[in-house]
Design a protein around this ligand. Structure first.
Ligand code: HAM
Length: 420
């Protein structure tokens, strides 16, 4: 071990487990790529104001969890705690919404940073794959995203996840509800901090996990009773479309997300094998975010799935992904001349698209064969002085144990043929 360790709340991805992370990113993004979403990448940090305005001044993310810094030039930056505000900022900056092809559908994958109290499934550096569909109000778009996330999780073999669905109303009906809720909450017996929250973000009080708070909330006014006709109709259409697609979901009128930009449709994917950090993904509609960051009106919807928690969910369900072996052929040279010759064969194989590796470092046969076994290679190529004198290499099938001498000049072609 070196003098240094990964910072608190972070961890390194190392082989072999890291292969699962790559496979999860691939599985989540595949349905998006097949559905018209284009790849976008934005910087790991942004102007801090973007998140303050976008995610919300009163959220935990902005008040407690952002990694902020002032550059030598005096710019106030923050490591990105989430992707939506950045992606919308980038889409506006590149005028993607003006190209006349709405919605602008984008997907992304990357690292995010939140200064949270670390625990299982909750880290200070984590990874998301996300999707944003910008500039269109259409319940089919909300449904599309929910269906694609469901498809992604199923393609990985996950079964014990549930989809929670809610509508948070829009700029017409939410303020009316907010006021009714505030009036109700102000009469309760609550601590100072919660009282402050009533004034800034009363919906979050409904999310309070403490039993003595929950007990007082039984008769709280329900958002569902305040939704305007347009929001109700929109929500019913989203529900109908997901139902028609055979995707099961649960209505959860208590679902309030930890970011302020949501309007109407909100949803969360929860996994029952993860304990308290059960949300493997979440998202929703954010019709007002563009205006909040200085853009035109662009109703949008999106989600982000947590890669770390998805991997934990796979482990909780005991799902082993069918990961292809990374090496098909492993070459074991015995002696200097064989090193030169087999290194040439390995290069030839790689150029022909065959995954091949080599026993570096001039090790003996025994150690090199151990490495060959560990590599998971289907075939090994062994050659010593005598083989070279005869113009052959020994080709060993690691499954059957069968070994045959193959002319050196034909080794690469023979392997490419056998491996199809
Ligand atoms: P979020 O719910 O904050 O939403 O994060 C989405 C997912 O990221 C979570 O469900 C979780 O799996 C993962 N995640 C969040 N924080 C952590 C953490 N500290 N450690 C490990 N995993 C974590 C958003 O970020 C929104 N931008 C989603 C969205 C996209 N809404 C609309 N478009």
């Amino acid at each position: 071990m070196s003098t240094f360790q990964a910072p608190k709340g972070t961890y390194d991805l190392t082989p072999p487990r890291s292969a699962t992370f790559l496979a999860v990113r691939e599985a989540i993004s595949a349905p998006l790529r097949d559905s018209g979403y284009g790849y976008i990448e934005t910087p790991g940090f942004e102007n801090v104001e973007l998140f303050a305005r976008g995610v919300g001044e009163s959220t935990d993310i902005v008040t407690k969890e952002m990694y902020t810094l002032t550059t030598k030039g005096g710019d106030q930056l923050a490591l990105r705690p989430e992707g939506t505000a950045s992606v919308l900022r980038a889409a506006l900056e590149a005028n993607l919404h003006k190209a006349g092809n709405l919605p602008v559908k984008l997907w992304y994958s990357g690292s995010y940073y939140r200064y949270e109290r670390p625990q299982a499934g909750r880290y200070r550096h984590f990874s998301q794959v996300g999707a944003e569909a910008i500039g269109t109000e259409d319940p089919a778009l909300d449904a599309e995203l929910i269906i694609l996330a469901d498809q992604a999780y199923r393609s990985l073999g996950l079964r014990q996840f549930r989809i929670l669905l809610n509508s948070l109303g829009d700029k017409e009906c939410r303020p009316v509800y907010r006021e009714a809720l505030q009036t109700f909450l102000r009469d309760l017996d609550l601590d100072e901090e919660t009282r402050r929250r009533i004034e800034i973000n009363p919906l979050r009080v409904l999310d309070d996990k403490r039993a003595d708070v929950q007990k007082q909330l039984t008769d709280a006014p329900k958002l569902r009773d305040y939704l305007c006709d347009a929001c109700k109709a929109y929500h019913e259409e989203v529900r109908a479309l997901i139902t028609a697609a055979g995707v099961a979901f649960e209505d959860d009128e208590k679902l309030v997300r930890g970011l302020d930009y949501y309007t109407r449709t909100t949803f969360e994917f929860v996994h029952d094998g993860l304990g308290s950090q059960s949300a493997v993904g979440g998202g929703g509609r954010y019709d007002g975010l563009s205006e909040m960051i200085g853009g035109p009106e662009l109703p949008s919807v999106g989600w982000a799935l947590g890669v770390d928690r998805t991997v934990l969910a796979l482990e909780a369900e005991g799902v082993e992904l069918d990961l292809p072996a990374t090496t098909s052929v492993y070459a074991v040279p015995l002696g200097e001349e064989a090193r030169r010759v087999l290194f040439g064969v390995v290069t030839e194989l790689r150029r022909a698209g065959v995954a091949a590796d080599f026993a570096f470092g001039g090790r003996g046969l025994k150690g090199a064969m151990k490495s060959a076994n560990r590599s998971g290679a289907r075939y090994t190529l062994v050659a010593g002085e005598r083989d070279l004198a005869e113009g052959v290499v020994q080709l060993k099938d690691m499954e059957s144990g069968e070994q045959t001498a193959v002319p050196l000049t034909e080794a690469a072609a023979e392997l490419a043929k056998r491996l199809g």
